[in-house]
Write a protein that binds this ligand. Structure first.
Ligand code: NCD
Length: 304
């Protein structure tokens, strides 16, 4: 039995197979409409979510399966003090696969150790968000044709953004990747990531001004400042509008540069950018459903 905790749990070859399956699902949806008949997905969300939870539910429903779960820790027995280990033992009796989001880093991992069904980490604190990373990689692969050799700018909250940490981890395996980290001093990418890049000799630079680096980027990954992980409101208010990507800044970028964002967006991308053909974030959300369909099939052993 396999779980998905970290984007590195799948090899590059396994990811290629998963993305091929996602591409086939996109083209031939009716072929998969009953692939999970009789199967149940449990969504255990101890932290707010719209996209991730609904895209899992949509994925399982489109495969013919059913969904149970909770979207709020206060409506689960966690409010009575139950541990995630006990909760997952019980969920293992009710469902065939579980997607879990938790504010504590490592909680889905702890759950997976006691689980009798595959557990998918749907985001654990500021740590990882592997299914968003699968979504990001599929989007890049589908819109650019490959995954290697890109200069990617990651902009915004690089300290607390789990989607950023996951994506960096995944992209280091593709040859020729160069990172440009764009953040205010307070929201720099964590030291453990910088150390990892140094160890692997992966080129990176850290800058504060987005305008200066726009022309050299193949991909720009914008992120929201993670309000819920700040210790004080004042710092959040000071930093929240540090970056606003608008049409003027897009003029500095290459004509083929793609703008990605895991969403939800707050103010960091002005709505005027939405109509730019390089804005890929809503297509990205669509790919999130196909890749989760492919993941559910793979972890349930139903992918041929
Ligand atoms: C992200 C998350 O939850 O980390 N959202 C998502 O899953 N699409 C990004 C965010 O909340 O900023």
């Amino acid at each position: 039995m396999r779980h998905l905790m970290n984007p590195l749990d799948f090899s590059v070859e396994e990811l290629d197979k998963l993305f091929d399956l996602a591409a086939d699902i996109e083209k031939n949806q009716s072929k998969y409409a009953h692939a999970c008949d009789g199967k149940i997905l449990a969504t255990c969300f101890y932290e707010p979510s719209t996209r991730t939870r609904l895209s899992f539910e949509s994925a399982m429903t489109r495969l013919g399966g059913r969904v149970i779960g909770f979207a709020d820790a206060n409506s689960s027995s966690a409010a009575k003090g139950e541990s995630v280990s006990d909760t997952i033992r019980v969920i293992s009796c009710y469902a065939d696969i579980c997607a879990m989001r938790h504010p504590k880093e490592g909680a889905p991992m702890v759950a997976s150790e006691k689980s009798r069904i595959p557990v998918i980490n749907a985001g654990d604190g500021g740590h990882y968000h592997p299914t968003q990373t699968l979504t990001d990689l599929l989007t890049i692969r589908n819109l650019k044709g490959h995954l290697d050799g890109f200069t990617i700018g990651l902009c915004g909250d690089l300290k607390f953004g789990r989607t950023v940490h996951s994506l960096i981890n995944a992209l280091v395996r593709y040859p020729g990747t160069k990172f440009v980290f764009i953040s205010p001093e307070e929201l720099r990418v964590p030291d453990y990531i910088i150390e990892m890049l140094k160890d692997k000799n992966i080129p990176y630079e850290e800058v504060i001004r987005l305008e200066n680096v726009m022309p050299k980027l193949d991909l720009l990954y914008m992120t929201r400042v993670q309000k819920e992980r700040f210790f004080n409101e004042e710092d959040y208010v000071r930093l929240k509008d540090f970056y606003v990507l608008d049409a003027a800044k897009m003029e500095l970028a290459d004509k083929d540069m793609l703008v990605l964002h895991p969403l939800p967006r707050v103010n960091e991308i002005s709505v005027e950018v939405d109509d730019d053909p390089r804005a890929a974030y809503f297509r990205q959300a669509q790919y999130g459903v196909y890749v989760r369909m492919a993941l559910i099939l793979t972890l349930l052993g139903l992918a041929s």
